[in-house]
Write a protein that binds this ligand. Structure first.
Ligand SMILES: NC(=O)C1=CN([C@@H]2O[C@H](COP(=O)(O)OP(=O)(O)OC[C@H]3O[C@@H](n4cnc5c(N)ncnc54)[C@H](OP(=O)(O)O)[C@@H]3O)[C@@H](O)[C@H]2O)C=CC1
Ligand SMILES: O=C(O)[C@@H]1CCC=N1
Length: 268
């Protein structure tokens, strides 16, 4: 099994190791975690998942894969720090939003790079990931990358420039939906329902609607019309959403996130 070294041990790194360990894509004793200075965090990951803590950067040299899971703003410093210790042909998997493969190559040299935009549902094997590969990734390496990403959810290969949109949609997407559930819970409890009841109802409603979209193969507007009885409750609810420019709000949400991803690229 591959030796995988993580640079960055935060929320996204943890989601990836959870998914990869659970799906047996990687072995705990072949995963090495590193971060900037939060040693308690490393101890937590080691005791929780059985992964190793990178003791020194020399341990990078025989890595079969290095995963860059630092924030974009920390990317340059983090990559400069590992540059002297990483072998010339070691492949990189980067999850840094907005940071191009060219930027990674400019610092770490020309090498196989997969740029992935997963989401935190990877922790339970249900990520929606977009991936782009540079020209140095062999077909065999691409198969391995896809296998690793398939193991934690769905993965779709896109042109690198489209990863800004993927980040805005599915990378950040879980947060939008969690925000929506927060709003449902606020509204539901104001009618006197216990928060747990609202949570149960809405999680199943979201899961059921997602399953309908996946299985019934009908367009969302068709499925929506099947719910919307003329003059009924749904029509009243949708009208309120339209009165509050819901569509515009969602469009601005995605455009803002996509623009931020491009800003992050420029800031490198
Ligand atoms: N969270 C998400 O849902 C998603 C995140 N991503 C991407 O994943 C990346 C990480 O995000 P996230 O996990 O949320 O961020 P976190 O803040 O949770 O984790 C960032 C990690 O990077 C480490 N770090 C910072 N600087 C350095 C350095 N110089 N050398 C080594 N490690 C360093 C931090 O260490 P320390 O704690 O010691 O400072 C920390 O472990 C980002 O680029 C983000 O765009 C992509 C998809 C989804
Ligand atoms: O918010 C962020 O920048 C990261 C990238 C996508 C989800 N979280």
């Amino acid at each position: 099994m591959q030796k995988i070294v993580f640079v960055g041990a935060g929320a996204m790194a943890e989601a990836l190791i959870q998914g990869w360990i659970y799906q047996e894509v990687a072995e705990t004793n072949n995963i090495y975690m590193s971060n900037r200075s939060n040693y308690e965090r490393l101890d937590y990951l080691s005791s929780t998942y059985g992964v190793n803590i990178l003791q020194n950067k020399e341990q990078l040299f025989d890595a079969d894969l290095v995963v860059l899971a630092i924030k974009p703003k920390d990317g340059k410093i983090a990559m400069e720090a590992i540059k002297p210790f990483i072998a010339d042909n070691t492949p990189i998997l980067t999850v840094m939003a907005g940071i191009s493969m060219e930027t990674v190559s400019n610092i770490l040299g020309e090498r196989p790079i997969a740029r992935v935009m997963p989401n935190t549902s990877a922790s339970i094997g249900m990520s929606a990931s977009g991936v782009a590969f540079n020209e140095f990734v062999t077909e065999k390496q691409k198969e391995r990358f896809i296998e690793m990403l398939d193991a934690i959810g769905i993965v779709i290969e896109v042109d690198e420039d489209k990863l800004h949109a993927v980040t805005a949609l599915s990378g950040s997407g879980p947060a939008y939906l969690y925000y929506l559930v927060e709003a449902f819970e606020k509204a539901g409890t104001e009618f006197g329902l216990p928060k747990e009841t609202v949570r149960k109802l809405m999680v199943q409603t979201i899961a059921g609607s997602a399953a309908m979209l996946e299985r019934v193969k009908e367009e969302p507007n068709v499925l929506r019309r099947k719910v919307t009885s003329p003059g009924g409750t749904t029509e009243a609810g949708i009208q309120a959403l339209e009165d509050h420019h819901f569509n515009e709000a969602i469009s601005n949400c995605i455009k803002s996130a996509e623009a931020r991803s491009r800003e992050l690229a420029k800031s490198e």
